[in-house]
Design a binder for this molecule. Structure first.
Ligand code: GLU
Length: 504
């Protein structure tokens, strides 16, 4: 059934059939680095907004003054921008928009909290931390779930005066309706119903230091910012029930809610900093030389299947196809092998100039500082097919840059002690003056010609030359290795390998 509802911005329909420009947000707390799960939620918000030609907003929920940190704020902003998830609105600071911040709205939250008190929907709570802990301990020893027992709901004015004279500073609690079943239609999970007696009793909305807590500030902000669809992690389902009660108390229409399932590891443990360390942070993937396109593609398909089932797509293509009804209800599994598969594909298929730009911070500065960009690009182009991440570059290209190579002892013992290998190297040495340097196809053809002459092919032909030039038997295209190294390095390496052969 198609229901039309009026919600400030105009008309839109319930569920995923959005007819008016939706407004969505990602609202991270800057109390840690940008988490993979937050990045996936940000991505789904971005895709939803772009699919429906709506607006995507970044709001930093920074009211937890003790745990919030500007370094985390920077990390979140940098990470979202790196992924290409640019937001469409925010304070104008020249250049890209800054994020909205909750700390800028402290007065507004207090103002609304006082309104709720005036309406009899909230009240001052004078309980101290010690009293609350004592309450919890008693509940625990009685085998009951921890909850606030609403003891300050009906304080007499005498009692309040007494607390005030003791110098107690109250917090503000919202009266949580009980018993009550809070239910909504979730655009991902379907019908959800939560018993309000599982919500922990009357909830603090403003702490005694005047700072609003998340469940309150988020409702005010989502209303003020005219957010139409709240798309966030499944770990917020109980918070959503609390927030719905607040929307009702404020007399406002609910936005649509969509809860994205959590991300687990292969052992079905929630992806967490404590269990998985830096692997849960986007910054780790940036530092390791992952392609943002690969992460976006991987995270997009992690819990969402495009209608045509394709595996590889760009951010824009995903936005064209995105649909909340195709987002999975079940937990996702973080699979590093699959992410690596995407990453090596993108390293292979993105323009070489892009890969070279991104490779620069990974290359040994001393060795490349005097090289032409063209030569750097050639080296990167030669090895990129074998890379999973760009941080493998220094190892992968070291044989190009160093003055000589060490051949692995096992290769020396087996491969180089063979007569056929020595013959290949001698013949190769003789052809060097005639090699078409700079043309990798022809360089390779020249090696094949040697093979024909000697009646050798495959490993017997290529491996001795590869070993002499790179120290290994596996690696990038042999023609490219020869052509990039150039005559003098090739000659020197083949000659020293032949000397080594004579001592074997
Ligand atoms: N600050 C909350 C978080 O980081 C935001 C949740 C929400 O989207 O409402 O999980």
């Amino acid at each position: 059934m198609l229901r039309i509802r009026d919600y400030r911005l105009g008309l839109y329909t319930i569920g995923d059939n959005v007819t008016e420009s939706p407004r969505v947000r990602i609202a991270p707390s800057p109390t840690g680095h940008l988490h993979v799960g937050t990045a996936r939620t940000a991505l789904y918000n971005y895709l939803f907004a772009h699919h429906h030609k709506g607006t995507f907003v970044l709001r930093l929920e920074d009211t937890d003054e003790q745990r919030s940190d500007e370094a985390y704020t920077k990390d979140i902003i940098d990470g979202l921008r790196w992924l290409g998830l640019h937001w469409d609105e925010g304070p104008d600071v020249g250049g890209p928009y800054a994020p909205y911040r909750q700390t800028e709205k402290v007065d507004r939250y207090n103002h609304i909290a006082n309104q709720l008190i005036a309406q009899g929907l909230a009240y001052f709570c004078y309980c101290t931390q010690e009293e609350l802990s004592e309450q919890k301990d008693q509940q625990k020893s009685a085998g009951k779930a921890a909850r606030y027992d609403n003891r300050c709901r009906h304080l007499t004015s005498q009692r309040i005066e007494q607390f005030d004279s003791q110098g107690r500073v109250p917090s503000i609690r919202f009266k949580l309706e009980e018993p009550r079943v809070v239910s909504w239609h979730d655009a991902i999970k379907g019908e959800i119903a939560i018993d309000s007696s599982d919500l922990g009793g009357d909830m603090v909305i403003v702490k005694s230091n005047g700072i609003a807590i998340y469940n309150f500030a988020v409702v005010i902000d989502d209303l003020d910012m005219k957010i139409t669809h709240v798309i966030r992690g499944e770990d917020h389902i109980h918070n959503t029930a609390k927030q719905i009660l607040l929307y009702e108390a404020l007399g406002k229409t609910l936005p649509h809610f969509a809860h994205v399932a959590l991300i687990f590891d292969a052992e079905r443990r929630k992806l967490s900093k404590r269990q998985h360390g830096e692997a849960v942070h986007i910054s780790r993937y940036r530092a390791d030389g992952y392609m943002p396109e690969a992460l976006v593609n991987y995270l997009a398909q992690m819990s969402w299947t495009p209608p045509d089932g394709r595996e590889s797509f760009t951010l824009d293509e995903a936005a064209q196809m995105f649909d909340l009804s195709r987002v999975s209800k079940s937990p996702a599994i973080f699979d590093i092998a699959r992410l690596n598969w995407y990453n090596s594909n993108y390293i292979r298929k993105l323009p070489l100039s892009t890969i070279t730009d991104r490779a620069m911070p990974f290359l040994p500065e001393q060795s490349i500082k005097d090289m032409h960009r063209f030569d750097v690009e050639e080296i990167v182009g030669c090895v990129r097919d074998g890379l999973t991440v760009l941080s493998e570059l220094p190892d992968a290209i070291s044989f190009f840059l160093e003055s000589s190579v060490d051949i692995e002892p096992e290769i020396q013992d087996t491969l180089l002690s063979r007569q056929s290998s020595q013959k290949v190297l001698c013949a190769f040495l003789q052809t060097l003056p005639t090699l078409p340097w700079g043309d990798h196809v022809k360089c390779k053809a020249a090696v094949d010609a040697i093979g024909q002459e000697l009646g050798l092919k495959g490993k017997d032909l290529y491996w001795p030359i590869r070993a002499a030039l790179s120290g290994k038997t596996q690696g990038p295209d042999l023609g490219s290795i020869i052509s990039i190294l150039g005559e003098s390095k090739v000659r020197q390496r083949v000659e020293s390998t032949l000397k080594l052969c004579h001592h074997l």
